[in-house]
Write a protein that binds this ligand. Structure first.
Ligand code: CP
Length: 328
């Protein structure tokens, strides 16, 4: 594994491997000695976090995932404080970052930039891996990984993700998390997907075509209450108003696409509620107390999955398995 630009690099064995590695890392990290040993694994490496679009979870979990492995980090979180304001091109900026670090993790307001950075690496003498930490409305591959891990852990006593019915709700049109997660569903047997969205915020045709092409059954509906009792997981997303071009978010009636205490009564006892966060009004705070609410664990899983991913990029998985074998 080198660049992580989109979900196409993942197949089922790699997804299973990353999930296993994530669990091993968190097991090793539980003891102070294990945590110290993890910090030795990549202590000569440096990473650049280049986030020109706001982020809390992805930035902090990537930063801390690097630190778990002893990787030192530097950051630019606003293009206005980089030499891009002096007219330096995106490509020259990325090449400059690569002069100083061994890994570039990047988030951009528009799609395509991580792919451009990865393409650039193919033409310079010291290429470093590029990890896409969210690209416009299009892709959020590391979020999809932590979502897969959370689903697999949630269903570890009932056969994992295979055979489950997964609902995805909210602004599916502009939600990069659901777009990336939908693509990964092709690697799970017997999964069915239900897209639940307000009018004008339905899943885009490219993802539906992808699902049809890969034989992933899906249906679309605007009726949450009828759908909830059938679901094993409901993945809720917020309205992505930052992508508005004509204030279109202001007209949406979100009430029928909200999880509150009434909706909890319609959901299976074994179902889970997920959300990439941050949340808006689409999940009531009261839902946090319900054992099926998985989103806070999901965001913590994100750090451990990102440790596993970075370890895999730097070919450290055998060392982690070795450390884990001394614990068990
Ligand atoms: N889920 C997610 O990407 O959150 P942030 O925007 O806070 O990074």
């Amino acid at each position: 594994m080198f660049h992580v630009v989109d979900t196409t690099i993942f197949d089922r064995p790699l997804l299973d491997d990353l999930c296993e590695l994530t669990t091993l890392v968190r097991t090793v990290a539980k003891s102070p000695e294990g945590a110290r040993q993890l910090q030795q694994l990549a202590s000569t490496k440096r990473a650049m976090l280049y986030f020109t679009q706001p982020s809390t979870r992805t930035f902090l979990s990537m930063n801390n995932a690097c630190h778990v492995l002893g990787i030192r980090t530097s950051e630019i979180r606003n293009a206005s404080v980089s030499s891009e304001v002096k007219g330096e091109t995106f490509e020259d900026s990325i090449r400059t970052f690569s002069s100083y670090v061994d890994l570039i993790v990047m988030r951009t307001p528009d799609s395509g930039y991580a792919a451009r950075a990865a393409a650039l690496m193919g033409s310079i003498p010291r290429p470093v891996p590029i990890v896409n930490a969210g690209s416009g409305k299009d892709q959020h591959p590391t979020q999809a990984l932590l979502d897969i891990y959370t689903l697999e852990r949630s269903f570890e006593d009932s056969g994992g993700i295979d055979g489950k019915i997964i609902g995805m709700m909210g602004d599916l049109k502009r939600g990069r998390t659901v777009r990336s997660l939908s693509r990964l569903m092709r690697h799970y047997e017997g999964v069915r997907v239900v897209f639940i969205a307000p009018d004008k915020f339905e899943m885009e045709p490219d993802i539906k075509a992808f699902m049809a092409e890969h034989g992933i059954p899906f249906v679309e509906t605007g009726r949450l209450h009828e759908t909830l009792p059938t679901l094993d997981a409901i993945y809720v997303t917020r309205i992505q108003f930052e992508h508005d071009v004509d204030n279109e978010s202001s007209g949406v009636n979100l009430a029928p696409f909200t999880i509150g205490t009434h909706e909890l009564g319609l959901l299976k006892k074994t179902a889970v509620i997920m959300h990439p966060l941050p949340r808006g009004p689409e999940i009531a705070v009261a839902v946090d107390q319900d054992p099926r609410a998985m989103y806070w664990r999901q965001e913590r899983n994100g750090m451990w999955m990102r440790v596993a991913l970075i370890a895999k990029i730097f070919d450290l998985d055998q060392e982690i398995r070795e450390l884990a074998s001394h614990i068990s």
